[in-house]
Ligand binder design. Structure first.
Ligand SMILES: Nc1ncnc2c1ncn2[C@@H]1O[C@H](COP(=O)(O)OP(=O)(O)OP(=O)(O)O)[C@@H](O)[C@H]1O
Length: 295
């Protein structure tokens, strides 16, 4: 199974062009869509989820025309949106049962089995009678995944799921996502680079509505080897370093600043080579855009 997005564009009524000729091939497994705030990730996710239309372009899930056959897509789609509201005075068990009815699981016995299995899988069984208003952020996200899994979806979209979760809940959420299956497509939209490093076998970086890079994380990181250099500088040296070099990131460490610089060769003897990671790949893409905008 594959999701093929071709030349997708979208301009909102206020003139903002959120998607510019986006083309992506998304294979089975977990796919990471990485980009800064405002990059166009949610616009793309909502379009795939049939919640809004594109101006031009096409999206095919194998033979299924996603932009035309919306009912067909909804039958096989699980969606966890960025803003996921719950009814605070209803228990997880009751709401999941209700959502299962809406998903078309009419048989009461089948529904009971499905709801119970999902509550177990998302580790909410012991809290199933508790009102959702009393759930923590992480529990709500796990409930969000439980509802997205109703009806055995073949395509799951999760939009920025770990923002605001503490490390333990984030781990739990990651484990849950990676257990869900290798045989369906899961698109994880996020601005948290390590979510993609940890979970995804293929990915894309999107910024300002355009796809900047696609590939598998290991390969795109390897392609940057020999081009990233680091130096520890005092805070008041950062500006001068930025003026002289192509700085892709700065990070505070013990009161000093670690700068990462992109360069085909060692800029000078004061820099040491970095073992690049996906964060370097990401910042290199995003930093290039900033340079392009200034120029
Ligand atoms: N309904 C809308 N009407 C007008 N502009 C919109 C609308 N939705 C999004 N935008 C704009 O389109 C651009 C892309 O937004 P989008 O929400 O798709 O990005 P994002 O990558 O999901 O960002 P974030 O992580 O902040 O949600 C932004 O400039 C945003 O302000």
């Amino acid at each position: 199974m594959a999701l093929t997005i071709t030349n997708l564009s979208k301009t909102y009524a206020n003139g903002v062009q959120a998607l510019k000729n986006v083309s992506l091939d998304i294979p089975t497994g977990m796919f990471g869509l990485l980009g800064p705030n405002g990059a166009g990730k949610s616009s793309l996710m909502r379009t795939i989820a049939t919640l809004q239309d594109a101006d031009t372009g096409s999206i095919m899930l194998d033979e299924l025309d996603v932009l035309r056959d919306k009912d067909g897509v909804r039958r096989i789609l699980g969606y966890l949106p960025q803003e996921f509201g719950v009814y605070p005075r209803v228990s997880a068990e009751e709401l999941l049962d209700h959502l299962a009815v809406l998903k078309g699981i009419g048989n009461a016995r089948e529904r009971k089995e499905t709801v119970e299995a999902l509550l177990q899988q998302t580790n909410l069984w012991n809290a199933r009678k508790k009102n959702l208003g009393g759930y923590s952020g992480g529990m709500k996200q796990r409930f969000g995944i439980a509802q997205a899994l109703l009806g055995n979806p073949r395509l799951i979209i999760v939009d920025e799921p770990t923002a605001g979760l503490d490390p333990a809940e984030r781990n739990r959420f990651h484990n849950l996502l990676s257990e869900i299956g290798e045989h369906i497509i899961i698109i994880l939209s996020t601005h948290i680079v390590s979510d993609v490093t940890d979970l995804c076998r293929s990915m894309a970086i999107i910024s300002q509505g355009q796809v900047r890079l696609t590939g598998d994380p290991l390969t795109v990181v390897e392609q940057l080897r020999g081009q990233v250099w680091r130096k520890v500088v005092e805070k008041d040296e950062v500006a001068a370093t930025q003026a002289e070099h192509h700085v892709i990131s700065t990070r505070l460490f013990a009161g000093k600043t670690i700068v990462h610089v992109l360069s085909d060769s060692r800029p000078d003897g004061s820099f040491e080579e970095v073992n690049p990671d996906l964060e370097d790949v990401y910042f290199a893409q995003i930093a290039e855009r900033k340079v392009a905008v200034v120029a």
